[in-house]
Write a protein that binds this ligand. Structure first.
Ligand SMILES: Cc1cc2nc3c(=O)[nH]c(=O)nc-3n(C[C@H](O)[C@H](O)[C@H](O)COP(=O)(O)O)c2cc1C
Length: 417
């Protein structure tokens, strides 16, 4: 069966010179089995007459937000409810800016804002517009909110320049949109992931931190999204892009991470604690930069909250996965952590000199994990972090199903919407 069979797609068309290609997009979506309704911006109408898309989609084109007739029949809320997903192709630079700003001053932005379904954007614009800092920031903001970007691709442009900014090929667009509806092992689940280090300030210019790159946690978030979950990623300071379809929340300290996690945990089915949270923070953050005196300096450290243990004790219905990075005696430490935190699964690995083949693990491309749960364990051998993350997510899905079958997670089933 085609992936878009019986799927309802709202196709937004904005004022790009590539608007004429939206006709082909309609055709490809229909070929993949989708039912399409078109919403055009004013800008789009300057390039293509609505009648073209009406003829191709077989339905009148939606154009006005403040149209009393349309509001009674198929207004912005009704359109948003009707859709299984929204695709904007082409998406202009101005449209990205309006969406990033949360505006709802025309029908298409209002539909996007009112949606409860996936939103994919296929930008098309001059390469310099795409690379401009304002557009980069808007794209980042939207990606962090879980919006999926499809393209643009590189190549010759209508303006005669070369570079990134061409609308993705309509055949590819329809195929990539179809991937949104792939059924995976965590389909419909809500997964909360933490990643990266935390930073614990000592004074305005110094902090305590660790060598976590966040790569493993980001790979796990990407793999969970790929497996069909709705993923929220709470990230410490890292130099990584949010994976597609993942909502990202940036934090700095352990306490901020706990606050962010506490906002999302009540709704989560699974919590994966992959962040290397600092165990301690300076008792006092000095208001001014500490000066060199030639004397030795003592800094008192106080324990940080234990985020994993806190989630498990406050929300026992959440299936909790912890990571344990050990410098030796993996089995004993991992089993002790499993018991101490009361969590369902521990993914453990050796770090430092004990794991020379993984380059000490932090910042390395490859990793190996051993999974421990009550009454069992399993090896996931040395592999690139993205491949390992997929194997981990598959194992989590299996253990989650077994745990729920055994009565775990029953509290949430009373509240699950
Ligand atoms: C000939 C012409 C071609 C344009 N092509 C693009 C384009 O490919 N991408 C883009 O982002 N803006 C393009 N623009 C600018 C947009 O049309 C303009 O920003 C408009 O306000 C977008 O409105 P909308 O996003 O509501 O459709 C073009 C403008 C003109 C006059």
């Amino acid at each position: 069966m085609q992936r878009l069979t019986n799927k309802r797609v709202v196709l937004g068309v904005t004022g790009s010179v590539a608007a004429y290609k939206a006709g082909e997009v309609i055709r490809e979506l229909q070929r993949a089995g989708a039912e399409v309704r078109v919403v055009m911006t004013r800008g789009a109408e300057a390039f293509v007459a609505p009648l073209t898309f009406q003829a191709l989609s077989g339905h009148p084109v939606h154009r006005e937000l403040l149209d009393p007739g349309a509001e009674a029949a198929m207004g912005h809320i009704a359109l948003a409810r009707w859709a299984d997903c929204i695709l904007v192709a082409p998406a202009s630079a101005d449209f990205l800016a309006r969406l990033a700003a949360g505006r709802a001053d025309d029908l298409l932005t209002a539909v996007c804002l009112a949606r409860g379904v996936p939103l994919a954007l296929a930008p098309a614009m001059n390469a310099r517009m795409w690379e401009d800092a304002a557009t980069r920031a808007n794209v980042q903001t939207l990606r962090n909110r879980g919006v999926l970007f499809l393209g643009p691709e590189e190549g010759g442009q209508a303006c005669g320049e070369e570079g990134p900014g061409r609308l993705l090929d309509p055949v590819v667009l329809a195929a990539r949109l179809g991937e949104l509806f792939e059924v995976g092992s965590l389909q419909g689940r809500r997964v909360l992931v933490t990643a990266g280090p935390t930073r614990e300030p000592l004074d305005p210019v110094r902090f305590f931190s660790n060598r976590s790159s966040g790569r493993m946690g980001f790979a796990v978030a990407a793999a969970a999204a790929e497996a069909g979950a709705r993923v929220t990623l709470v990230a410490g300071p890292v130099a990584l892009e949010a994976p597609d379809r993942v909502e990202r929340v940036d934090v700095t300290t352990a306490e901020e991470m706990l606050a962010a996690v506490s906002r999302f945990a009540p709704e989560a089915d699974v919590f994966i604690s992959a962040a290397a949270v600092a165990d301690y923070r300076p008792r006092e953050v000095r208001p001014g930069k500490i000066k060199r005196t030639g004397e030795s300096l003592t800094v008192e450290l106080v324990p940080n909250p234990d985020i994993l243990a806190t989630v498990k004790s406050r929300w026992p219905q959440v299936f909790c996965v912890g990571f344990a990075a050990e410098t030796g005696d993996l089995d004993r430490h991992a089993r002790a952590k499993l018991a101490a935190k009361g969590v369902e699964l521990i993914a453990a690995n050796l770090v430092g000199p004990a794991a020379p083949e993984a380059g000490g693990v932090f910042d390395a491309e490859d990793n190996a994990l051993t999974l421990y749960w009550e009454g069992g364990s399993m090896e996931l051998g040395l592999a690139p972090k993205d491949k390992l993350a997929r194997a981990l997510v598959a194992a989590i899905a299996q253990r989650l199903a077994a745990w729920e079958a055994g009565g775990g997670g029953t509290v949430v089933s009373l509240h699950r919407r």
